[in-house]
Design a binder for this molecule. Structure first.
Ligand SMILES: Cc1ncc(COP(=O)(O)O)c(C=O)c1O
Length: 384
């Protein structure tokens, strides 16, 4: 039997209930039946985003939402700040460059976080004069570091700049109080903690961001959020173009599961599972890439590959044994492996991953104490 169980930082496992919901017969997207679903989904999304803002849904990858967040609120020549502590922060700054913005990259060292203090210092300096927006990757998936949005939000308010957050791999895995923390734009995608297959992306847009939108001169057509809002506000909500109807059926079901479990329980589950996994990895005798627990992501863990072991052999062993994990990206390629523990995941999945890590390293001649690792991991899980 061939299985392909996803322990990657996305896409993630899709619950059978969600798959079943997507087996429904297709309906037309300009009829009340679909409008009602869209209305229902939008209301549940507001709860997940913890916002009163309208949440816009587009067919697209997370990268599309990154582009949408640049072109809808800024104009060529605008000075903006990007927290760059890994691949995804860097990608966002590159998109801004392509559209003629002037990004200031803050951070740089992979594995570290950009702090509110770093941003405050920059915005208070001459270099920070005239900055219009701050872009932060909530969970840097390439390293496994997460940023403190609450304190960064305070700094953005103090300096009156727009605060934009890439929550593609964090929404639901890590708390994101959009309104309470003053996050003006939050983007995410379906294939992570939302437990839905790849193909949908989302924008939460604050009233302040809509003001920016009116002045923004970057070219846009498909990603025009104002046109998406207009369609959503019709008496029977719509999308401007053909939506991914089937994925929205799936999302609707996933959101019901999320509402039943409850946001606080979901955040706690992710935290417990990440602690369990980090304990297992350390007890195996492997090195965590992010050692500081205060910034260690509840959604993804990077593990250093010891000297003499090929990372590709470890990920290959996993693949041949029915589990998919990820390798390192860009400067971390070959140096780390990454395990995602977000979305539809529980302690048994973590336990199996720890066992498979032990077996994978054994296949490369490195014997690790799997029994101790599993025992300690469960101890931490049961204790917390
Ligand atoms: C933090 C973050 N931002 C953006 C993206 C891009 O998403 P996509 O691959 O759907 O374009 C990812 C994908 O893993 C991500 O983890």
């Amino acid at each position: 039997m061939k299985t392909s169980f996803l322990m990657t930082p996305g896409p993630t496992q899709v619950p059978p209930r969600v798959s079943l919901a997507m087996a429904q017969e297709i309906i037309h997207h300009r009829q009340p039946a679909f409008g009602n679903i869209l209305k229902n989904v939008s209301e549940k999304l507001q709860k997940v985003f913890q916002t009163q803002n309208d949440v816009l849904i587009f067919p697209g990858a997370g990268t599309g939402a990154m582009e949408g967040a640049v072109v809808n609120f800024f104009s060529p020549g605008d000075k903006v700040v990007f927290g760059v502590i890994g691949e995804f922060g860097d990608r966002w700054a590159k998109i801004a460059e392509i559209f003629g913005l002037q990004p200031i990259r803050l951070g740089g060292e992979w594995g570290k976080a950009v702090t509110a203090r770093d941003i405050d210092l920059l915005l208070s300096s001459d270099a920070g004069k005239g900055v219009k927006g701050v872009f932060i990757t909530h969970n840097e998936t390439s390293t496994g570091v997460y940023s403190d949005l609450e304190s960064i939000g305070e700094v953005c308010r103090k300096h009156n700049v727009l605060f934009l957050v890439d929550a593609v791999s964090s929404l639901l895995a890590i708390d994101c109080k959009t309104d309470a923390w003053g996050v003006d734009v939050v983007i995410t995608a379906s294939q992570k903690a939302l437990m839905t297959p790849p193909g949908l992306c989302f924008f939460s847009v604050s009233p302040k961001a809509w003001e920016y939108n009116k002045a923004a001169k970057c070219p846009r057509y498909y990603w025009d959020l104002a046109s998406a809002l207009k369609s959503l506000k019709k008496p029977m909500p719509e999308n401007p173009y053909t939506p991914a109807v089937t994925l929205i059926f799936g999302l609707n079901e996933a959101l019901d599961m999320i509402m039943t479990e409850g946001l606080d329980q979901i955040f706690t589950r992710h935290l417990k599972l990440s602690k369990m996994f980090r304990t297992g990895v350390e007890t195996l005798g492997l090195e965590l890439f992010v050692k500081d627990e205060k910034i260690a992501s509840p959604a993804v863990t990077s593990i250093m590959i010891p000297e003499g072991i090929e990372a590709g052999k470890i990920t290959g062993f996993f693949r041949n044994n029915g589990i998919v994990i990820a390798g390192g990206q860009a400067q971390l390629k070959g140096k780390v492996i990454r395990v995602g523990h977000l979305g539809y995941v529980d302690a048994f999945d973590i336990s199996n991953t720890i066992i498979t890590l032990g077996r994978a390293f054994k296949s490369q001649g490195k014997v690790l104490n799997v029994e101790a690792a599993v025992a300690k991991a469960w101890e931490v899980y049961d204790r917390d």
